[in-house]
Design a protein around this ligand. Structure first.
Ligand SMILES: O=C(O)CCC(=O)C(=O)O
Ligand SMILES: [Fe+2]
Length: 258
């Protein structure tokens, strides 16, 4: 259920009403499945695959930048109302998508479906934490039993906890690093609804105990307030892609709305 009281500033996340129609989502979900199966309509491979045909069909399926491989997915995340909503919520004048992922969690996979506790900024050495966010678009109805993304309210203000990782499926062990009295909120969304979280908000997701796959399209975006960090080595040129809107579309460019 949507609780509009969670705010990016106080809680580090917010849950928003439906933006995408169910029919649009259903179409995009079918296209996403094609990308997962290795069928690339544009002829372009996604940036990275953490699952391939023949792998365990019950484990979490993560594909990076599926929007490169399919125009329906690309067009969906460029939706004008989506861009406006992200700008409104982040009080930004410009919204540019710089990365995307699909996270498909099959039902019945137990802990294989887990995504371990992490904050997104830990994977982005080239960004300062402020002004970079993640939107999660529900491609299926997500309930307590589906293994929803869950956020620790207020963890956007915590200092970093070492040793946490998305790919660690041992969530119980990870949670021994947390203090008592943390407030974990399930991001239960209907198909077409979205959540947004800041780059420093801790989140994870557990097993999908429902009888339907839980499917999310993850959109990482920056704003005019985002600041780059110059780094050396492998990813030193990563953000050069921002110059290419076929990879990093600007989906809102206008006045501040709040
Ligand atoms: O979909 C999930 O379970 C994890 C998503 C995630 O890590 C994110 O949206 O940043
Ligand atoms: Fe994440």
């Amino acid at each position: 259920m949507i609780n509009i009281n969670y705010t990016l500033d106080n809680d580090g996340f917010t849950l928003l009403p439906k933006i995408f129609s169910s029919s649009k989502i259903d179409i995009a979900r079918k296209e996403l499945w094609k990308v997962i199966q290795g069928k690339y309509e544009t002829g372009i491979e996604p940036e990275n695959r953490f699952w391939n045909s023949g792998d365990n069909p019950k484990t979490i399926i993560k594909i990076d930048k599926p929007h490169l491989s399919n125009n329906i997915i690309y067009n969906l995340i460029c939706d004008v109302d989506f861009g406006k909503k992200l700008a409104l919520e982040t009080k930004a004048k410009k919204i540019q998508i710089w990365h995307s992922q699909s996270i498909w969690k099959p039902f019945g996979g137990g802990h294989e479906g887990n995504a371990g506790w992490h904050r997104d900024i830990q994977y982005w050495p080239f960004w300062k934490p402020n002004g970079v966010y993640t939107a999660w678009i529900a491609f299926s109805n997500v309930k307590d039993e589906s293994g929803p993304v869950r956020f620790i309210s207020g963890s956007n203000k915590w200092s970093e906890i070492q040793g946490l990782d998305f790919f660690d499926k041992d969530i119980i062990k990870q949670e021994m690093k947390f203090k008592n009295n943390i407030n974990i909120v399930n991001s239960n969304l209907k198909k077409g609804e979205i959540s947004i979280h800041t780059s420093t908000t801790y989140h994870s997701s557990g097993p999908n105990k429902s009888n339907q796959d839980r499917v999310g399209m993850v959109v990482h975006f920056c704003t005019e307030k985002s600041e780059k960090i110059m780094i050396k080595g492998k990813n030193s040129e990563y953000l050069k892609q921002l110059e290419d809107e076929s990879i990093c579309p600007i989906i809102y460019s206008g006045k501040t709305q709040k």
